[in-house]
Design a protein around this ligand. Structure first.
Ligand code: F6R
Length: 607
């Protein structure tokens, strides 16, 4: 996490750096800072909290200088206060950092023994001191930075600036992404191409182990042996416009309402609604030939993968192993022959997902990714991608990316079923027809917003919530709980409805709302039996079902959200709507920061 920027410009750069940081705020918003060089001296402004605090600080005390570096922080080491905000200085050296220096304790002890005083609790400060110590030994800045970089273990994207040279920024990448941007007599460095979009679309992505020397005249890239390396220059498609909220109060609300449209676009990429078939889209995975598929992802993307597993196993009879990426990367599982791997990520930068991808790549199996950001590292390192056409997702809580991921999994299940001969053309056509109804069904579900808002107002008064579901509604129950806790800070758990009696039923009392996801499908009665068990113990039930489901329920005293009747196959895509709206309106009722909830970031580039 954290976003970093560096600019070698021709006019004062502080406002440009702040502009770039606004595009990077999704990477963290605990604190922010800018440093520039003016008359041979480093100067900086830093502020705790959101970027607007730094803007205020710069308004009160502007920074001059045509070279600068900036940072927006998601705290790893040290509380998010002004002292720990980047850039960090040591003498003539200024550093901004994204990632974690894993050997910082050892380096700090060594530097402290050498007389360096530490002002902050961060791991980053060791980098500034290491470079400063090399400079003191008489090394030129490039060599000083290189010597320091060789001492670092862990994950880092760095920008380093030297007070005495206002034509030099050094960048380095080992893990988190870093892009070099080329201008006319100007050069740029940024965590992603979106940050640099107002300045340039000519971009080079550094690879792991690269470091770069930037001067206004251009860039020279080296590897960790100090040898020059060539990296391709590409034209970025990142948009220069900061997406706005339109008439909505929050990005999350806007993104929830965009779903009919973005799901339509995404499905149209994979399916042919006219013929009821699947388009011949490129895939690095030959579904007919593999015996097993590994899926790995984090958070909401993982839960999309879990629903994907149910579909691929049911409709294509393809065995799927699914793991949370942070577990997958270290559990040393044997990768079987004739397998392939599929990674799911909105940002395409999640460190654990990327590490899992590399683990599978080393095993030599085909790699595909469902990604929203097409220029991302996960997209670039895959053999092929299935892009979600969700557009930029700004709200930290994933909504439209999730339903687009599900739309792709549904399309892949049909494609895999046809390729493996487990679905007939007629079966596939019926499934495509069901998917074609999804955008309209979601529009209908959005009409329930005022009813959901009324229920959410009551939810905002409780401290704990349980979500229950069966089959594909079980991962959705997990997603409902995740959405609620991350933006409303209410403790919520999702359970497989049948699992309730194996422990969590002990939690049920009149204070515990239990939200049950139960469309009237082939296992509806089973879920209703579990709901009866809750009711018998005085639990407060909120049932999300359809007319038929409601009429088949004999319980009084429950609240219902009556959804349109949905074909069973696509139910989890449509039932995502009420759980997103419940979380959203609960958070609004509680007055939390919906788009940038505390402690979170949109792109998680540390493990
Ligand atoms: C929750 C949420 C997160 C992300 C997770 C993975 O609303 O957004 O759980 O799903 O951090 O991020 P990506 O999809 O960018 O890999």
């Amino acid at each position: 996490m954290c976003g970093i920027v560096g600019i070698l410009g021709s006019a004062p750069v502080a406002p440009l750096i702040v502009d770039a940081l606004k595009r990077l705020e999704y990477r963290g918003y605990d604190s922010a800072g800018v440093a520039t060089i003016e008359n041979g001296h480093l100067d900086r402004r830093r502020a705790e909290g959101k970027l607007r605090n730094l803007e205020q600080c710069l308004q009160n005390a502007p920074l001059a200088g045509t070279i600068g570096i900036g940072h927006t922080r998601w705290a790893t080491h040290g509380v998010p206060n002004e002292t720990n905000a980047h850039p960090h200085f040591s003498g003539d050296v200024a550093v901004v950092h994204n990632g974690i220096i894993e050997n910082f304790v050892e380096l700090r002890d060594e530097l402290a023994a050498d007389g360096y005083e530490f002002q902050t609790q961060t791991d980053t400060e060791v980098v500034a001191h290491l470079v400063a110590r090399e400079l003191k030994k008489g090394q030129p800045p490039e060599q000083a930075a290189f010597a320091a970089l060789k001492r670092l273990k862990g994950a880092f994207a760095l920008a380093i600036m030297f007070g005495r040279d206002d034509d030099l920024i050094i960048g380095a990448r080992n893990g988190p992404p870093l892009a070099v941007g080329y201008g006319e007599g100007e050069m740029f460095l940024g965590s992603d191409a979106i940050a640099l979009a107002p300045f340039t679309d000519a971009i080079t992505y550094l690879e792991d182990g690269d470091w770069v020397v930037l001067r206004r005249s251009g860039a020279h890239i080296y590897n960790m042996e100090g040898e020059p390396v060539e990296r391709p220059r590409q034209q970025s498609s990142a948009t220069a416009f900061l997406v706005d909220k339109g008439n909505h109060r929050h990005f999350m609300e806007k993104e929830i309402h965009e779903q009919p449209e973005v799901i339509s676009h995404t499905l149209a990429n994979y399916l042919d609604f006219a013929t009821g078939g699947v388009k011949l889209f490129e895939t690095p995975i030959d579904f007919a030939k593999i015996d097993r598929l590994y899926i790995s992802a984090c958070g909401t993307a993982y839960l999309a993968g879990l629903i994907g597993k149910y579909w691929l196993e049911r409709y294509a009879r393809l065995p799927v192993d699914i793991d949370i990426a942070s577990e997958f990367r270290y559990r040393e599982l044997p990768i079987v022959p004739n397998s392939a791997a599929l990674f799911v990520s909105q940002s395409g930068e999640t460190a654990d997902t990327l590490a899992s991808l590399r683990y599978c790549k080393n095993a030599g199996i085909p790699i595909a990714a469902i990604v929203n950001v097409r220029d991302s590292t996960i997209a670039r390192e895959s053999n092929g991608i299935f892009p979600t056409l969700a557009g930029p997702e700004i709200g930290v809580a994933s909504t439209k990316a999730f339903t687009c991921q599900l739309s792709i999994f549904a399309s892949l299940a049909i494609r895999a079923g046809l390729d493996r001969g487990t679905l007939t053309r007629e079966d596939a056509a019926a499934m495509v027809r069901s998917l074609s109804e999804v955008p309209g069904l979601i529009r209908d579900a959005l009409k329930l917003e005022s009813r959901i808002e009324a229920i959410a107002r009551k939810l905002s008064e409780v401290r704990h919530v349980l979500y229950l579901g069966r089959d594909t509604n079980y991962p959705l129950a997990l997603e409902g709980a995740l959405k609620l806790k991350e933006i409303s800070y209410i403790h919520a758990e999702g359970y497989a409805a049948g699992e309730l009696k194996h422990g969590p039923i002990a939690l049920i009392d009149k204070h515990m709302p239990v939200i049950v996801l139960a469309p009237s499908d082939r296992i509806f009665e089973k879920t209703v039996s579990n709901m009866q068990e809750v009711a018998a113990r005085g639990g407060r039930i909120i049932l999300i079902t359809d007319e038929e489901g409601a009429s088949r329920t004999s319980l009084d005293n429950i609240e219902t959200i009556i959804m349109p009747k949905v074909p069973e196959f696509v139910a989890p895509i449509v039932y995502a709507l009420p759980i997103q709206l419940l979380a959203y309106h609960t958070a609004v009722a509680m007055g939390t920061d919906v788009d940038q909830p505390r402690n979170l970031a949109k792109s998680v580039t540390v493990e």
